[in-house]
Write a protein that binds this ligand. Structure first.
Ligand SMILES: Nc1ncnc2c1ncn2[C@@H]1O[C@H](COP(=O)(O)OP(=O)(O)O)[C@@H](O)[C@H]1O
Ligand SMILES: [Mg+2]
Length: 302
């Protein structure tokens, strides 16, 4: 795992020329797995020796990788991408410092951070990563396992999540407020409270359940999307019985062939949880019927 605090320290010591060398490699890695030194010399307005020196420095702190076998070339590492994100977020005044992670998931790590007004915000690094991507590659015999291709997958996931947050937030939905996106990272408002999964007791579980279902309905009818990964793991319960739904990169538009199936799975997850823990029993099909009433999409591809 990448230690972002080590990275933040490295960042403070990075020179502007080192950052621009890193940015140049980033721009070229989708064309070359390892960018030939000659290409870098063409693009960077510095003496060849100076470029080599800067690359040596970046290599030492593992923001780039070097290969010498067939030709001398450089690639950017995952830490290198993270460094560019933190650099941009800092110069754009989105965050001024990075704190500890809230949680490390399978496919992301979410950190606390402070914005310039010292408000705590959440910074989510999506790592739609190597393990699942390798699996995909094995299955489809994809040859492309370069850093640039799996960073693209993570970047797309971040873009998807940010888009859903923006749409839902504009509609007044109970989601974290999206603040900024940079490459594979999104910055959003901090949630307070606890994970629904950890709520052993609720004073009025029915109120919480109805709120969740009304958010599903808002997403479906107004944002025209389904969450796609809804469960007690992706819902917080804040003060005053207010819920908040997060972790949106797997949403699909309601016109997607799998949308109805995903919606049913989302609702089943939630109803199963409330039945098991709080003994509230709603029928899945009836609930689905109620939530989608007024559209003719529900019978598609069932
Ligand atoms: N906006 C936020 N504010 C506070 N904590 C958050 C926020 N977003 C995520 N987290 C924390 O990070 C964990 C993982 O986030 P999540 O978006 O579910 O990613 P994933 O499940 O893909 O790892 C959550 O369970 C929660 O503890
Ligand atoms: Mg999650």
């Amino acid at each position: 795992m990448i230690d972002l605090h080590r990275l933040a320290k490295i960042l403070r010591e990075l020179k502007p020329d080192e950052v621009s060398v890193l940015q140049t490699i980033e721009a070229l890695v989708h064309r070359f797995e390892y960018v030939p030194i000659e290409e870098l010399e063409k693009k960077i307005d510095l003496e060849a020796d100076d470029i080599l020196f800067l690359l040596g420095q970046l290599n030492k702190v593992r923001l780039v990788k070097r290969q010498k076998e067939h030709y001398l070339g450089y690639s950017i590492t995952q830490a290198g991408y993270d460094a560019l994100v933190l650099y941009d977020l800092a110069i754009k005044d989105v965050i001024v410092s990075l704190g500890q992670p809230y949680g490390v998931g399978k496919e992301s790590t979410v950190y606390r951070a402070l914005d310039p007004k010292e408000t705590e915000v959440a910074v989510k690094f999506l790592r739609w990563g190597r393990s699942s991507f390798k699996k995909v590659r094995r299955l489809r015999r994809l040859k492309d396992d370069t850093i640039s291709s799996w960073m693209n997958v993570s970047k797309q996931a971040a873009e998807r999540e940010f888009k859903a947050l923006r749409v839902m937030h504009r509609l007044g939905g109970l989601v974290p407020e999206p603040i900024a996106i940079n490459r594979h990272v999104i910055v959003m408002s901090q949630m307070t409270g606890d994970l629904l999964l950890d709520m052993i007791e609720l004073e009025r579980p029915g109120v919480i359940l109805d709120q969740i279902l009304s958010q599903v309905q808002l997403a479906y009818h107004k944002a025209e999307l389904v969450h796609g990964d809804l469960s007690e793991y992706n819902i917080f319960v804040e003060e005053n019985e207010q819920i908040i739904i997060f972790d949106w990169p797997q949403w699909q538009p309601i016109t997607h062939p799998n949308a109805h199936w995903l919606l049913k799975r989302d609702i089943t997850n939630i109803l199963t949880f409330f039945k098991r823990r709080f003994r509230i029993t709603y029928d899945v099909d009836e609930t689905l019927e109620k939530l989608t009433a007024g559209t003719d999409r529900k019978n598609k591809n069932e």
